[in-house]
Design a protein around this ligand. Structure first.
Ligand code: SF4
Length: 284
């Protein structure tokens, strides 16, 4: 960690406390970690996953339940990937870890035509390898470093380009039902994480070693949300609250709400009311 002046130290402590509280709250609200869990923390080498690991290590000491932590990095064999950084860091902080080697870089290069965005396939391959490895080592939870802003960006990406009203859940069961994925940073702001990672001087490895650009659409959404937040402070909080306050009867998804059977429901309610009035006016 950087040497800090007293004022900066105070700010750092405040920030660390806030991030810890938010991660602890998300874990509690979604029952993310239970007694005896083996939590596999996916460490990409970015600010988010370093922060996640740091917070979970802190929470492990104070949590009312006992759980194990194991950090896993997938070395995707991108040219120039500094292989020594993560093992050195993880050894220094004393957390059990695995470095998984899979040349997904070559697969992506082979499949995706030159000049096209590679991040979609790259992340899918990464996810497949990590999920499979979690099973191998008997991990009961897979912790990912997505934060509140990732959740919001995904909401708008799906809304604008996917035609669906869905974000990125704080906790989910993988499609094959084999893995439970948790996102303990779901309540944390990206800005806080970025400041924290800088103050902690984590040895960050940029996720563009392959020369790929960050998903352009996501970048546009990110800027839109940042602009909104400047113009209307608190807007992101409000939208995030909306994700936790959904009213299916006020949308138009027939799978979520029985619009077709509304009249039958009305009749049933009416009959119930009549019966209640009858019972009250003719007590036994
Ligand atoms: S920037 Fe490179 S390493 Fe990162 S997700 Fe995209 S393709 Fe994969």
């Amino acid at each position: 960690m950087q040497e800090l002046l007293p004022k900066a130290k105070k700010e750092f402590n405040k920030l660390q406390k806030r991030l810890r509280r938010q991660a602890g709250q998300a874990i509690a609200d979604f029952n993310m970690i239970q007694e005896g869990d083996k939590v596999m923390v996916c460490l990409s080498g970015g600010k988010d996953s370093f922060t996640l690991l740091h917070l979970l290590m802190g929470l492990q000491k104070s949590a009312p339940v006992r759980f194990e932590l194991v950090a896993v990095n997938l070395d995707q064999k991108q040219p120039g990937f500094p292989e020594h950084i993560l093992p050195a860091y993880l050894t220094e902080i004393g957390v059990p870890f695995h470095i998984l080697e899979k040349d997904t870089y070559s697969i992506v290069k082979e499949i995706i035509p030159e000049g096209k965005t590679t991040c979609g396939l790259c992340s899918r391959l990464r996810r497949g390898s990590l999920y499979g490895f979690a099973e191998e080592i008997g991990a009961t939870k897979i912790a990912l470093g997505h934060h509140r802003d990732d959740l919001l960006e995904t909401l708008f990406l799906n809304l604008f380009f996917g035609g669906s009203l869905k974000a990125m859940p704080p906790k989910l069961l993988s499609d094959d039902g084999k893995n439970v994925v948790i996102r303990p940073l779901a309540y944390c702001k990206e800005k806080d994480i970025a400041t924290f990672a800088q103050m902690m001087a984590f040895p960050i490895i940029p996720c563009n070693l392959c020369g790929s650009q960050e998903n352009l659409q996501r970048q546009v959404i990110k800027e839109m949300l940042q602009d909104w937040d400047k113009q209307f402070p608190g807007r992101s909080e409000t939208i995030f609250n909306a994700l936790q306050n959904v009213a299916p009867s006020q949308l138009a998804d027939r799978q979520l709400f029985d619009f077709v059977g509304l009249e039958a429901k009305q009749k049933a309610q009416l009959a119930q009311r009549i019966q209640l009035v009858d019972t009250l006016s003719h007590p036994a």
